[in-house]
Design a binder for this molecule. Sequence first.
Ligand SMILES: Cc1cc2nc3c(=O)[nH]c(=O)nc-3n(C[C@H](O)[C@H](O)[C@H](O)COP(=O)(O)OP(=O)(O)OC[C@H]3O[C@@H](n4cnc5c(N)ncnc54)[C@H](O)[C@@H]3O)c2cc1C
Length: 439
Amino acid sequence: MHKTLYWLTKDLRIDDNAALLSAAKSESLLCVYCIEPRWFSQYRYHTASMGAHRWQFIRQCLADLRVALASYGQEILFVVGEPDRCLAELVERHAIDRVVCSFLPGTDEAAALAGLAARCPELIIDTQDTYTLFDRDSSPLPKDRVVSYSKFRTLAERTHTSLPVDSPTSLPPLPPGISFADLRKAEIPDLSGYEARESDFEGGESAAKRHLKTYFGSTHASSYKKTRNELDGWETSSKFSPWLNSGSLSVRRALATLRSYEQSAGANDSTYWLYVELLWREYFQWIAVQIGPKLFSLRGINSCGGFKCFYPERFEKWCQGTTPYPLVNACMKQLKATGYLSNRGRQIAASCLVNELEIDWRYGAAWFEHQLCDYDVASNWGNWQYIAGVGVDPRGGRHFNLQKQTETYDPAGSYVARWSPGPVLQTLDTRDAADWPIG
Ligand SMILES: Cc1cc2nc3c(=O)[nH]c(=O)nc-3n(C[C@H](O)[C@H](O)[C@H](O)COP(=O)(O)OP(=O)(O)OC[C@H]3O[C@@H](n4cnc5c(N)ncnc54)[C@H](O)[C@@H]3O)c2cc1C
């Protein structure tokens, strides 16, 4: 039997958690969450990765998970620092012989595990698939090449999706020398300096379960395809993303609940479309695994696309929602105020940065990374590449006509009035604006 350390990352739940189930088969178990100081400091593109919305949500997830683990006689040890170093120290101190964690796309996660393996060559590292519909063995994306989303979707629809697994019935005790009571007393370290804020999203597995029940307890899923493109409104889309991406909701559980809903309420175009969107998430995950660091490269997946600039003042106006484009301003203000933006809003804001403001798309992606409470590395950087025309889109980029988008999605101006009230600027040609472009 192993002495196991379970490194919690984007799997902050008990339900359908293959990593926790594997960790349960141990003599002793130490659950660890690692908080990295660099999350809160400016590094890439002058922006810190972790903003206030996501950090608040994650803290709520962790608090909720602590309560759930306590019912198993378990607790979380919080450590601050780089994961490979922190975990290696714990492995040494507590004679741990196995680390269990979730398999995650993203180069930082892979680098941390490689670092840990290098520091502890004898250690068993067991990575489990908890974040995606498919396992690494059954991923429908061909291993040797990138295919279009429509091809992936066809393959995915033919591929068996594993069912959610049960919660563990019991968990092993903490290693000798670590007291449950001491861990219980410890606060979740907060290096952020962020203030608490009102949010529509409450983090944690308990809230995720309630949200899933409410969503499928209504008929919203049956009209999803008609409403999903709306700019505002709680019921217009599922709002699963923050829970999915913190791992407080399993994507397999979400799909299984959708399937039960279809059985009782009937399947239609809309319920099918919700599945199609979950497959988009899946597609970006497996693309990210395949392309590695190219996910963050200016010229993207196919090393294409021209030279781009960075204009600090234009960028600042975009971030703060003070561009000459009222619709974009409303999107950016909603994002900043709530940490959430509809898919349509994200597309409009991203297209404006790339096409109207002609800024290097990676600055926009980094700003979204900081602001979004549902930030996911593969979905965010993958969608940005797509809009910028350097990603997986076979049509080569997306340029949204802002006038047309306003007429279609905000014909009465209520969205702009809600999020960016005040004098409505005319949509200016940036080249004619007195202070524009600068830099
Ligand atoms: C520039 C840009 C950046 C984005 N960044 C993120 C991000 O960091 N995290 C994130 O989860 N999504 C991201 N998306 C995708 C999408 O906007 C959100 O998933 C969606 O708006 C979340 O709201 P919802 O849960 O109500 O979605 P719904 O419309 O209800 O969709 C259900 C689920 O399907 C998945 N999904 C839907 N659309 C997409 C998509 N285009 N790509 C990937 N998954 C999708 C999500 O998991 C979502 O929760 C981004 C899109 C764009 C254009």
